[in-house]
Write a new protein. Sequence first.
Length: 613
Amino acid sequence: MSAKPSLIKRIFSLIWKTINGIRKVILNLIFFGLIAIIVVALSAEEEIVIENQSALMLNLAGTIVDQKRHVDPIEAVFKQSKGNDPEGEMLLSDIIYVIDSAIQDPRINTIVINMQHLRSAGISKMTAIGDALNKFKQAGKSVVAFGNYYEQNQYFLASYADTIYLNNKGAVSLEGLSSYRLFYKSALEKLNVSTHVFRVGTFKSAVEPFIRDDMSAPAKEASQALLGDIWQSYESIVATNRDIAPDNIVLSPNRYLTELDSVSGDSAQLAIKLNWVDELASDESFRLAMVEKVGADSDGDNFKQVSFTEYYNAVKPLPALIEKDSVGIIVAKGNILNGTQQAGQIGGESTSALLRKARFDEKVKAVVLRVDSPGGSAFASEKIRQEVIALKQAGKPVVVSMGSLAASGGYWISASADYIYATPTTLTGSIGIFGMFATFENVLSKWGIHSDGVSTSDWAGISATRALDPNVAAVVQRHIEHGYQEFISLVAKERNMSLDQVDRIAQGRVWSGTRAVELGLVDALGDMDSAIAKAAEMAQIEVFDTKVIEQELTAEQEFVQQMLASVATYLPEASTQSPVLNQMLGEWQTVVDEFSMFDDPKGMYLYCENCNL
């Protein structure tokens, strides 16, 4: 008798699943049919024609990254329909590819850099773009920069231009580097939150905000040295590019005031006087100057030009019909977390899966692991490193290319590679380990809430609602100490150094790429091209492709993304929030992110606290 209701339930369940499946198919057909109709209609529009002697508009916006974070395709359309999105992201590899393509393109004779909407990039990424611009100039072509205002990062890239134009009411802001962060000790005490911190390393100050109200002397010493190395690189490049004395880049307040008074307080004239820029021009004056330089477009109301997005779509490579031997490129960008993570974060499982995919791909003969990470979970970092070792054991060389930062966990996943490249301004090292968690017994007690009960052991009684047993704390500290010994032992083995040698340069201290080479933490200074060439050399392949190995979209996701990308250009620009509101939200988001990234199953973290430079 009991079997009949079960059978009836299964029949109705089957009927419902069938009806629901048909419903989804019909809705999808209608949805994708409408998109296809829009795309077909738009594709009938006149194709973009690149006129001879045109200017390539290098419109850089948002944040320049090695890997874009995952964004829902529909959300991306409405948020970034017109490009130039200050909250969006641009791939460094795409920018360099466009510049390299323009070098060989006889239709392009000038690059115009416009960074009005650029928010963040990092000196190492800007230097890579600058190197590509230098190659463009060496081909007999010219680079022009135009802006209403140049902040420090923007000006660094603008310095590579043959001519820098500034709006005649604009300014150049150069102030040097700083490293400040929020400290929560007193706030946590007022909230009666008990913070339990376990660490090894004199300079491992990632936990200082939770146990201090200011930066410790060792942390200040290390940060000052690091900032000095990075700023020296910035200063020397800009001074060389602009042929000015380094002490004319950042002025003391007294000298700045004197120089400003000499030009009647006009910041644009000050930029001219100090040779920060070459010409002052309004938008209209710049348009006329460019018309004279490259000629007017077919409509006669602007100079001949093609946007970055249009040019990329015109020259982007087609998929190879016959796959050749290749160097696989895997990007490890973001915080290192456990499990499967979307693009833009590193997952212990998801990034390991990409390395495994490269290992079992017969056409991939070597791998370049592009690391741009401040670290994170110790467990997830080790999972990824184990896959690096498995690649090497499979006979496939692994070369690491460090981006803006590859510290703590970022260094852990790099250490076992066959060869490591960094840029002069890469933040790396931070070889140390810490653990941290909070208990709220005092918070609860203040409100008259208490925890009591029984357990079969001290371990079973551990809870965020109860005070931490000192004996348990001692065990956790011992685990952290063991983790530190594992870290320095790993580095000693892979870098052919003694434990004492590693310990002296470890202790959680962060180094610039230049110093890391001197200390033996990396093998050489170089960019992605250097890493790819080295990987091919180690794999003994002369003719090869490069193959980016990344998380694959489902067929449905890929179709939606491609269709909506075609429509995006024709949609109106999305409005942006208030800059002040964005800044406030960004600061709070940083605090939230600092707390949310702590997901290691053992509570042990390899994280760089100075990697927010």
